[in-house]
Design a binder for this molecule. Structure first.
Ligand SMILES: [Cu+2]
Length: 573
């Protein structure tokens, strides 16, 4: 983060000059700014594009808004009201849900005007699904959006041309082991007035998944408009741990946005009206569960938080203002082998972190969740004396609640490491940025290929592969594979210029194992700049066509997404 406003102003000014390709700084590239801003501001490498956003409209004065005045909303849990026969077995009735996608107004902050959003079930975040592992459900996603989009479409992007309707939507269940025709293929969008019924078998371990839009070429705009929600899968192994539940388990959907002075969502554009795409969206307004800087009243006991980074491009580095530790118990695809106590952790777009905070020693305190120096939300811990007065004898008093569990069991859930020897193939895949003559990115690519190029990744169902992600760019790219879960093997620094020259890997650093928080099952991996990141993937699930992509939504919308095929396993005999 840049803490100095003067420095920020200077960077913005320089970037504008550079972006316009005129003025005294036209030879200074965006990359230069990013490196400098990162260096001078002491930012994480994952934070380095924070100065890219160009404001073209009067912005709301966020500093004038009081902090922590709104209560954190908890998204409603959606209930099924009907059953339908399973498409896989017509004799089997399964829960059926109907979720409408519509325009609505939301109060982001007490002192702001209502904000127009588009989302699921008339809310942002959308309603939370809470399902049991192995219990198949059907969801009919009904598009009731207006005919005209309210955010700036770039018709030069693949799949977003003027030959297709502006308003299109398709839902992807991120992290779901889902048949291909229910996975939300980017080109399988529906238009207003239409719906699609998706089948979610939920044959997977307990985990915090999330659903969001995936429409080709406008996904960044649709998600920004509000199309995202949580999807929690439960199982017996997790239930046996007796983790905090009910009012003590809080979903947290974190994202950043920009607002104009009328409290409306603002999405910045480039100077080129024919190609308004910008490389990343970084908003200055942090929303938690759709509220700007909310607070949550908590008892002095342990709470479980299911955190999702639903931002377009922002990485967060989170800590508590009193420096107490988070006990991280899970990541993208469920529980870790053992809990990890950390004072700070980072989370990339698309990733989830499951953590416990123990407020039992902090009665009466106000604790702020911080992203480096920027507040995100506040926890107000109940005063112990007040609680004991309010709680009649015979009800579960807060002290008893805090004793729900004293120590987190270990292992939480054994995570068997996938041996490298089980891989039948290794694919070396480059993450590429294509720049113009003044080193401004015009698009991003995966392995120097575009969306419409023939499929090149085609693992066989049930096989295990190692994907070696080579990142010669200056960005950290969170890479997500649909359908599967995987493990991170390691990361290693390499000589980017040699790779760019002749695609030879020359390593310059030691092999770095995944961080303890990353040692479980993942579906999104941070491919750090200048590093080779290796993952090992077993392609279990269903044969068919899926996608893999960068979860910086601006990158994904501009070619950093590729189809991949899971080939049927060969029949024996
Ligand atoms: Cu990317």
């Amino acid at each position: 983060m840049c803490a100095n406003p003067l420095f920020y102003f200077l960077l913005c000014f320089l970037f504008r000059c550079s972006a316009k390709g005129k003025g005294p700084f036209m030879s200074i590239s965006r990359r230069f700014f990013l490196q400098q801003s990162s260096l001078l501001a002491g930012a994480l490498i994952t934070h380095q594009h924070q100065h890219v956003a160009v404001r073209a409209k009067p912005e709301i004065d966020l500093a004038a808004l009081p902090k922590f005045v709104d209560a954190l909303p908890i998204p409603t849990v959606i209930r099924s009201t009907a059953t339908r026969p399973s498409p896989a077995n017509s004799a089997l009735q399964v829960p059926y849900y109907n979720v409408a996608l519509s325009a609505f107004e939301a109060q982001v902050h007490r002192d702001m005007k209502p904000t127009l959003m588009w989302g699921y079930g008339g809310a942002f975040p959308g309603p939370t699904f809470d399902v049991q592992s192995g219990q198949e459900i059907l969801v009919e996603w009904t598009n009731r959006l207006p005919e005209k989009h309210f955010l700036p479409i770039d018709h030069s992007l693949c799949g977003a041309g003027k030959d297709v309707p502006d308003v299109r939507a398709v839902v992807h269940l991120h992290g779901g082991r889902v048949p291909p025709d229910s996975d939300g293929y980017p080109e399988s969008w529906t238009v207003p007035g239409k719906s699609a019924v998706y089948r979610y078998p939920n044959k997977q371990d307990a985990a915090a998944l999330w659903y969001h839009d995936h429409a080709m070429g406008i996904n960044r705009l649709n998600v920004y408009a509000g199309m995202a929600g949580m999807y929690l899968v439960r199982d017996a192994a997790e239930a046996a741990l007796a983790l905090p539940s009910g009012e003590f388990e809080i979903p947290l959907v974190l994202c950043d946005r920009m607002f104009d002075k009328d409290s409306q969502l603002y999405y910045p554009v480039s100077d080129n009206p024919d190609a308004p795409w910008t490389p990343e969206l970084f908003g200055d307004a942090y929303l938690m569960n759709g509220k700007l800087l909310p607070h949550l009243d908590v008892w002095h006991c342990k709470y479980r938080f299911r955190l999702l980074n639903a931002s377009n491009a922002r990485f967060y580095r989170l800590a508590l203002s009193n420096k107490q530790k988070f006990h991280v118990i899970g990541s993208d695809q469920g529980l870790l082998d053992a809990s990890v106590a950390v004072a700070k952790f980072s989370i990339a777009p698309g990733e989830r972190i499951d953590f416990i905070v123990d407020f039992s020693e902090h009665a009466g305190e106000e604790i702020v969740l911080m992203d480096d120096f920027q507040p995100v939300m506040q926890f107000r811990v109940a005063n112990r004396a007040v609680v004991s007065l309010r709680e009649p004898i015979g009800t579960p008093a807060a002290d008893i609640r805090s004793a729900q569990f004293i120590n987190l069991p270990s292992p939480l859930r054994p995570v068997q490491r996938t041996p490298e020897s089980s891989a039948v193939k290794t694919r070396v895949l480059s993450l590429d940025e294509v720049d113009n003559l003044v080193q401004e990115p015009v698009r991003m690519e995966l392995d120097a290929k575009r969306w419409t190029d023939p499929v090149t990744e085609n693992p066989t169902l049930g096989s295990t592969e190692i994907w070696t992600l080579v990142n010669p760019t200056d960005d950290a790219h969170p890479i997500h594979l649909h359908l599967v879960r995987f493990q991170i093997l390691d990361r290693r620094r390499f000589e980017t210029s040699v790779w760019i020259g002749d695609r030879t890997l020359r390593f310059t650093g030691p092999v770095v194992p995944p961080e303890p928080l990353e040692a479980g099952w993942k579906d999104t991996v941070r491919a750090d700049p200048g590093m080779v990141t290796r993952i090992i993937v077993k392609f279990d699930g269903y044969p068919g066509r899926y996608v893999w992509h960068c979860h910086i939504l601006e990158h994904e919308d501009n070619e950093m997404m590729r189809p991949y095929d899971i080939l049927p396993a060969p029949t024996v005999g």
